[in-house]
Ligand binder design. Sequence first.
Ligand code: NIG
Ligand code: FE
Length: 421
Amino acid sequence: MKTLIDNIGCLFGIERYGRLRLCGEEMGRMETLEEAWLLVEEDRIAAFGTRAEGVPTNVGRRIDACGGMLFPSFCDSHTHLVYAGSREQEFLDKINGLSYEEIARRGGGILNSADRLHATSEDELYHTAMERIREIATMGTGCVEIKSGYGLSTEDELKMLRVIRRIRESVPLEIRSTFLGAHAVSRAYRGRQAEYVDLVCNEMLPAVAREGLADFIDVFCDEGFFTVEETERIIHTGRQLGLRAKIHANELAVSGGVQVGVRGGALSVDHLECSGSAEIEALRNTNTIPTLLPGAAFFLGMSNPPAREMIRAGLGVALASDYNPGSSPSGNMRMVAALGSIRLRMTPREALCASTLNGAYAMGLSHDFGSITVGKVANFFLTRAIPSVEFFTYAYQTPLIKHVFLRGEELAHWDTLVACE
Ligand code: NIG
Ligand code: FE
């Protein structure tokens, strides 16, 4: 069946050359077409063009975009959206002056979420995570990566990853799964970090690989968490089991995480609040993409990563939400793109490229997702008529998104389907 989206005021995010990511100043130049149409066949983008050149006839269904703008769906390459409970008590602690590290040292933070996850059934985890999936889908996200890392025992890590697999099997969003056993040392292994790393490498990773539960391996390589040497060992073990690395690096200190990620062939290194010219140099001419999480830096009141310097150095940059209960309790990618502009001084077009095509690259998905390209999956959303691309991130709180399409189908249909499940 063919669906024509006609009367599009502006089609944004066109990539005609099949580039898997855009780097440096190319990021600000994603192509647009004014007064356009887009043709969907089954679940794929079949064609697009301007109305002046002629609009396809003989289509099964015609949707009038009423002059609104069409954007490729957001690709959120870093989240922890399977979790139990919430952590607003720590929000209060932070308001009262405690730092993220102090809260973690007092047994809060990730260990707090691990306690709650342990006490929560797989079913309940699935249903609460599905609420978050529904929330981000209506806000324009079409692909999302989800990490484990609140289990911290073999059994609970597998429980989280099985929940992620169940989500993957039940939604039209494209899901990628990352094993993050080395998120923190569990309470049971307190003071025995080396033994915990052994557990991750010798027991957790083989079990995860045996069940085929993860696409990627992650490590929180930072001060007070895992060292460069431990990270190197864990990602090496992961790689032997077929898992490529995506590293949490340089959030709390200049940790060496970027360099260890690049050496280990990581697909992405994420956070990078504490980084400068050495990290930028390490990333040049590599396949590793820096992924910035401005929602976390904003929520925790941390410094900003050097996005402008990265772009000036010719790097491709991705933006992601880091949706999690401790440092970023929001998966709103439009807000993330706005923070990319407000806090990281990325232009709205650069921020949108970083949240779509470059985000897809950071999940190994940009051959099929992340831009308006003939042959890619038809994941996009329509806004009401707006004056410019820039307006979309500038007016970041105005509810502008009118229709969301995933795999060529309007999300409204999926919503009723899930509600009846
Ligand atoms: O990306 N930095 C490490 N992990 C998460 C936070 C997890 C938590 O506090 O629950 C992050 O910010
Ligand atoms: Fe994270």
